[in-house]
Design a protein around this ligand. Structure first.
Ligand SMILES: *[C@@H]1O[C@H](CO)[C@@H](O)[C@H](O)[C@H]1NC(C)=O
Ligand SMILES: *[C@@H]1O[C@H](CO)[C@@H](O)[C@H](O)[C@H]1NC(C)=O
Ligand SMILES: *[C@@H]1O[C@H](CO)[C@@H](O)[C@H](O)[C@H]1NC(C)=O
Ligand SMILES: *[C@@H]1O[C@H](CO)[C@@H](O)[C@H](O)[C@H]1NC(C)=O
Ligand SMILES: *[C@@H]1O[C@H](CO)[C@@H](O)[C@H](O)[C@H]1NC(C)=O
Length: 209
């Protein structure tokens, strides 16, 4: 090979590398996000203990290993850690004008999560958004391990069915900006709530004693 051929080959290779990189950059950003295996296992364990009567979490399965593509899960585009879990069951706002309690549609009733909350969720060390509102964790006291997820900035437990006094460990969630405990039955706020100095929103409407 003459030096010229070498230069030519080098240029062709460079052009291909360039085109390949362009393809990577222009392909959908979310396709490149890969799930962290230990976090996938934690989510699968969490699902295993949850009751999901209308199979809303069907995408959470081992043959669909990229948990960043699962429904209700949001990962970081940079670190791939799970950041958000949107496990709320929100009644459409057309019911807002009805007094509480109301007869809710059967389809809504059937789509609510119930069962047990597994502490595997604590393994999601970067979780900052957890919404469990509108579900049917009836008869269950607050799982205190939820208050060990100190990365949380947004926690919505409104109308989740959890009841009883809010555990004092809530004072450890010092990064919280948004906390909603509306419609929590027999819930009293502990004085440690005063530790949450970053709170911008605290929802306590319709807390029933
Ligand atoms: C796993 O999730 C994928 C993607 O949502 C879905 O197409 C597939 O049917 C699921 N498998 C099971 C066994 O639920
Ligand atoms: C969960 O809440 C968000 C708003 O925070 C809403 O857009 C979404 O529809 C809700 N999901 C369900 C399944 O109710
Ligand atoms: C979470 O699940 C594991 C096994 O899947 C179980 O051993 C453990 O007791 C559960 N923890 C809670 C708090 O339910
Ligand atoms: C949480 O807060 C309590 C006091 O409310 C404290 O005793 C405990 O050490 C804190 N830390 C953890 C990790 O629970
Ligand atoms: C209050 O928050 C700090 C962190 O900012 C934490 O070390 C402490 O344990 C918390 N205290 C209570 C009573 O929760």
């Amino acid at each position: 090979m003459s030096p010229n051929t070498n230069t030519y080959t080098g240029m062709v290779v460079l052009i291909f590398v360039h085109l390949y990189c362009m393809t990577l950059l222009t392909s959908s950003e979310s396709e490149l996000i890969e799930c962290i295996p230990s976090e996938r296992e934690a989510l699968l364990r969490f699902k295993h203990h949850l009751t999901d009567p209308s199979n809303r979490l069907s995408s959470w399965n081992a043959s669909n290993p990229n948990c960043c593509h699962w429904d209700y899960v949001v990962c970081s585009h940079l670190t791939f850690h799970v950041l958000h879990l949107h496990l709320n069951t929100t009644l459409s706002s057309e019911y807002d004008e009805y007094p509480f309690p109301i007869a809710v549609p059967l389809a809504y009733e059937r789509s609510r999560f119930s069962g047990a909350i597994n502490d595997s969720v604590v393994e999601l060390k970067h979780l900052n958004y957890l919404d469990l509102s509108g579900n049917s964790f009836g008869g269950m006291q607050f799982p205190t391990f939820l208050f060990r997820i100190t990365s949380l900035t947004h926690l919505d437990l409104s109308a989740s069915g959890f009841y009883g006094n809010i555990p004092h460990q809530i004072g450890n969630l010092s990064n919280l900006l948004h906390l909603d405990l509306s419609y929590v039955a027999y819930g009293k706020l502990p004085h440690q709530i005063g530790n949450l100095t970053n709170l911008i929103h605290l929802g306590t409407s319709h807390m029933l004693y």
